[in-house]
Design a binder for this molecule. Structure first.
Ligand SMILES: Cc1ncc(COP(=O)(O)O)c(C=O)c1O
Length: 366
């Protein structure tokens, strides 16, 4: 097997990239699949007209790092700006992991957390969530070997929508401190980072960005927030991947963060009515689905009770012009991800089409 083949073999069976960019691309007109709020327009943001289009700096402009640090109540030395949270994960894993290291991660989950470590020679211990989809610190402790280097969490989680409980987080922070390991918390879906577990904890690293709750994925702006040493090491690696972010996107990101409160308000305003519709819809179909009540995400995890796999259902939904996200893209065929941070008409129409494929013979229970 060539190194290239080995890389391909290590990939998850059905990737989200394949679903999003190939199989589903251009085949829907109602999107309840994507995990972010509807994308904003450039005209929502401002940028100085005389901005010089020079290279930026590896760690990000001081102006942007100041604003990101402010979200955590921390210092700019703790921040390295990256091309989306995705590059942050890549840099961080490259900085922290060596062959033979152990990473503990959870399934279902965001693929890079599971797929990247083996490419760097580390082994991944994949733990299932508890029956209520919770993270159990005792199970993590039991799975931790001598070579534990990193525990990778996603809170709130894509796809389950759930947060890791404070008590479990405290136990995991203590575990990594005791073992000279690190705790990564992917907080891509957190709108309030002032209570991030990384605040004031040198061994906890937060990764987040502007793609999801701000609706600005086109800015490709994410970050690592951790100890100055970790942030610095990520900046050093970044010279090898992208040198620096675009100064134009960084200036636009500053403009968005200057209105953080507006974005947060708008995020909650968008989520609430859509979620109510999804709750009512799920309550009408107790035999077919179970809604896992989301804890702050713009989407919900819907467990299927029909016996059909998630991918099969999502493919049929696509034929009705409806985009959902199959759980298989995140390691589970037992459910699908349903985005509800949309206007009420879009959610209503999406759920109507979902009814036609979920229960082709007519909805049960009225
Ligand atoms: C949990 C999680 N982390 C990271 C990312 C990467 O997003 P981006 O690079 O756009 O910030 C995603 C995207 O879906 C995600 O769901």
């Amino acid at each position: 097997m060539t190194p290239l083949d080995a890389g391909i073999a290590a990939k998850s069976v059905y990737s989200i990239a394949r679903w999003t960019f190939v199989d589903a691309a251009g085949r829907y007109d109602v999107d309840l699949g994507n995990s972010y709020v509807p994308s904003r327009r450039l005209s929502d943001l401002t940028v100085p007209a005389d901005l010089k289009l020079d290279y930026g700096t590896d760690r990000g402009t001081t102006e942007l790092r100041d604003r990101i640090a402010g979200l955590y109540g921390g210092r700019p030395e703790s921040v390295t700006v990256t091309h989306g949270a995705q590059e942050a994960l890549f840099l961080l894993f490259d900085v922290l992991l060596r062959p033979g290291d152990q990473v503990i991660a959870f399934n279902p989950g965001w693929q890079p957390l599971l797929d990247l470590p083996p490419r760097l020679g580390a082994s991944v211990t994949v733990l299932p969530y508890g029956p209520d989809l919770s993270v159990d610190a005792a199970a993590v402790t039991a799975a931790a070997g001598e070579n534990l280097r990193l525990i990778a969490l996603n809170s709130p989680c894509n796809p389950t929508g759930l947060r890791v409980e404070e008590e479990e987080l405290r136990a995991l922070v203590a575990l990594v401190a005791e073992r000279d390991a690190y705790l990564l918390v992917d907080e891509e879906y957190a709108i309030d980072l002032s209570r991030s577990p990384a605040v004031g904890q040198d061994r906890v690293i937060s990764v987040s960005g502007l793609s999801k709750t701000y609706g600005l994925p086109g800015l490709r702006t994410g970050w690592v927030y951790g100890s100055p040493q970790v942030a610095e090491a990520c900046a050093e690696r970044k010279f090898l991947t992208s040198i620096a972010n675009s100064v134009l996107c960084e200036a636009l990101a500053c403009s968005a963060l200057d209105r953080h409160e507006n974005y947060a308000r708008e995020y909650h305003r968008l989520c609430a009515p859509g979620l109510r519709l999804v709750e009512k819809w799920a309550a009408r179909h107790p035999d077919a689905v179970r809604l896992v009540p989301p804890q702050g995400t713009p989407f919900a995890w819907i467990q299927l009770r029909t016996g059909e796999t998630s991918l099969a259902l999502c493919r049929r939904a696509l034929e009705a012009g409806l985009l959902l996200t199959p759980g298989e893209t995140m390691g589970s065929d037992e459910g699908f991800r349903l985005g509800f941070a949309r206007d009420v008409d879009t959610v209503t129409e999406g759920l109507r089409r979902l009814d036609t494929v979920l229960l082709p013979d007519g909805p049960s229970g009225g």
